[in-house]
Structure formats: C-alpha cells, structure tokens
Ligand binder design. Structure first.
Ligand SMILES: [Zn+2]
Length: 411
C-alpha cells in the first residue's frame, strides 16, 4: 500500500471512529447495576438531566464533524491548495510570507464559517435551553468575535513562525520546533492570566473574610505560596462552575469562579481548591509541558517522515514542506497522529486527577465536603452520570463522578 492510501485509510478510520464514539457517548451506560449505584447519591431527575444535556444537538454535532472532515479532505486530497497558493503568490507578486499569511487566513476562515452556525447553536441556543447561558445575543457576538480574532491571530502568528523555521532550518527544524513550543508554552502560561483573561472577564481580589482565611490557611498547610486569590465573573456568561491556578513561583494566582462561591459552602470551595493544590504539589502542569515537548519532537519526526515519503510518491499535490499549500496536509497528519495518541494522554490526565483528588482529601480531611462538592458540581453542570465505559477509557480527561465519590468513600 502506498503512503497516500495509508494516510487516506487512517483518515477514514479517524472519521469512522470519531462517529462511533459519538454514538457510544450518546448511548452511555444503561446497566441497571450502575443505575442503582448512582441513585445512592443522585435522583432520577439528575440522571435524566445528565443524559439530556449529554445528548444535546447529537445530529448537529455529527453534521459539524462530517463537514469539517470534508473541508479538510478537499484541501488535502484535491489540487485546491496548490491552486490557491499559485493564485495568492501571483496576487502578492511572489512575496512568500504574505502568501503564507493569506493562505492561513483563507483556510482559517473557511473553517470558521463552517463552524460558526454550530457554535451559535451549541454555545447560545442550547446553552440557553438548558438554563446555563446568561448571554444576550450581542454578548454572544462580542465574545465569539473576540475568541475568533484571538485564535486566528495567534494561530497565524504561530503558523508563520513554524513556516519560517521549516524554511530556514531544513536540517534542524525537528529539534527547533519542540524547543520553541516548550518555551512558548511556558511563556503562554505566564501571559494568559495577564493578557487574555481580562479580555473576557472582570476579576477582583477575593473579599476579606472567613472564606479567604480558610483559603490562606489551606495554602499554608500545603506550604504553597500564593500571590493573590481572585474571583472571576463567570456568572456574566453562564452557570458553569470552576476554579484554577496559574503562574509559577511567586507569580502564582488562584482564580475562583463567582458561580462556585455562590453555589457552594466555604468548606466545599476549600475542597475544590485542595484539588487544585494537588495538581500543583504534584507538578502536573510542568510534567505535562515536559511530556508534550517530547510528544512534539516525536510528532515532528513522524510528520517529517510521512511528508517526505508521500511527496516522493508524487500522487498528492505537494510542494515543499514549508509551502503554504502543504499546511492543510500537515494539519491532517497532526490531527490523525494526535487522534491516535489522545487515549494515552487522557489516561495520564485521569491519573493526575485522581492524585489531585487524593491530595484534596489528605489536606482537608473533609470527605463529606468532597462528596457533596462532587454531587453539586455534577448537578450544576448537568454531568453525564452514566457515561459509556469505552468512551471514558479512551477520551475522558477526568474520572467519572461516581468513581471520584467512591475514592472519597474509601479514603
Ligand atoms: Zn483537576
């Protein structure tokens, strides 16, 4: 089998598997034994809410996925990309980087236009229907425009940088790209709360009082120095709850969603923070960045090899690896490889979540609040309480609510 057919086969496998997983996720796990166990903590209505929310827009999500696959397929397996590059090069009088930027723009816009109706349906219509979204239509338009501008802007910047490396360092790009991505992800972790978060949210330091005191006491107990604790106004957009840490060393900040504070007792907020501290004390973020650097290096070697072999065969319209028209093909290779490597990442992520949960229990010694948090969070976010086991095994980043509760019970 030649490389073109192999890649095409893998691509169809990816499509088929994605759709199968969507179907399994729709089905969930209907075993009566699991149902019984869920009813120890939840009501029939909670279970049904999770099923309804999990199944929302099933056909729309299939359609969106299929359209995206078709678009990518068209750009890769037909001469469209080559013709577009030739056309843009002619218009820009062969100015290489301008052609690259314009090519990225056309490709990104084609994808954005295709996905926009779906993001309106999922992010606005359905979120309202399920009582999560508090946005007006104008709010949604503003938020979506900001997100699109940012992702396309940053995407093009990174893309042009990558093309520059591919073009200038023909022998060493496989080493430069992983190191560059490592430096960029460290930089991004520091800059995100400073530059990006304020574009979407207002946040202010947490008010003085018993909650703040409990948080400070918890951080002291965990021997973690925290610069500031902020409350962020998620309630402006939705009823979803969350909390997270950012930054390194003395720059560390905690962000709590105001929705979390409104819907939970102080002990429960502390339990959530205990979990976040768990991620911190086990250095999960740094480990992830280190591992993803190794993954990027492997990815570069694999993509480089597949590109070279496919180009040698000369039956997909490929120019040089840094040519604008190669971009969709490179994206396709990355997406196929990441698709097959993602189960490993998800297993690792579930392991880390378990570690963080355990740390929360060790720190707070408050299993009651841990369990009531899990119950409230699952209820508030309409989590699927009976997800399909294969789906969980391959694609869930977190253990199921019931697994987390069981661990706390055993603590
Ligand atoms: Zn976590």
């Amino acid at each position: 089998m030649n490389f073109r057919s192999t890649i095409l086969t893998l691509y169809f496998l990816q499509i088929g598997f994605t759709l199968l997983m969507k179907y399994l996720s729709y089905q969930g796990d209907s075993s009566p034994e699991l149902h019984e166990r869920i009813l120890k903590y939840f009501s029939e209505a909670d279970i049904q809410n999770g099923i309804d929310y999990g199944r929302r827009g099933f056909f729309a999500s299939i359609l969106s996925q299929v359209l995206d696959f078709i678009l990518t397929g068209l750009f890769v397996f037909t001469p469209i990309s080559k013709r577009l590059e030739d056309y843009l090069a002619q218009k820009t009088k062969d100015r290489f980087y301008l052609t690259v930027v314009l090519f990225f723009l056309v490709f990104a816009f084609a994808k954005a236009i295709l996905s926009l109706p779906f993001s309106y349906y999922f992010g606005f219509v359905l979120e309202h229907q399920f009582g999560f979204s508090k946005m007006t239509f104008i709010d949604w338009v503003v938020r979506t425009s900001k997100t699109l501008t940012l992702t396309i802007g940053i995407g093009i910047l990174l893309g042009v940088l990558a093309v520059f490396v591919l073009k200038q360092f023909k022998k060493t790009w496989k080493l430069i790209l992983p190191i560059g991505s490592l430096l960029l992800s460290l930089l991004f972790t520091i800059l995100f709360p400073i530059l990006i978060t304020p574009l979407f949210y207002d946040y202010k330091p947490i008010e003085e009082g018993s909650l703040k005191n409990k948080i400070v006491a918890l951080c002291d107990l965990a021997k973690i120095k925290v610069d500031k604790v902020y409350v962020i106004n998620e309630s402006k957009y939705s009823g979803h709850t969350n909390a997270y840490f950012t930054g390194f060393g003395d720059n560390r900040k905690i962000f709590l969603y105001d929705t979390l504070i409104q819907n939970h007792t102080e002990e429960e907020v502390v339990s959530v923070l205990g979990h976040e501290i768990g991620h911190w004390s086990h250095n999960h973020q740094l480990k992830d960045i280190a591992l993803s650097t190794i993954e990027t290096a492997l990815l570069c070697f694999l993509v480089g090899f597949l590109f070279m072999k496919t180009k040698e065969e000369n039956n997909i319209h490929l120019k040089e690896i840094h040519s604008p028209s190669s971009i969709p093909f490179l994206f396709l290779l990355i997406s196929i490889i990441s698709f097959f490597s993602s189960p490993t990442w998800n297993s690792l992520s579930r392991l880390q979540e378990k570690e963080a949960d355990w740390e929360a229990l060790v720190l707070t010694k408050d299993k009651k609040s841990f369990i009531s948090t899990e119950i409230k969070m699952a209820r508030d976010n309409k989590s699927r309480l009976n997800p399909n086991p294969l789906n969980v095994f391959l694609y869930h980043s977190h253990p199921t609510t019931l697994e987390r509760i069981r661990m706390a019970e055993e603590f």
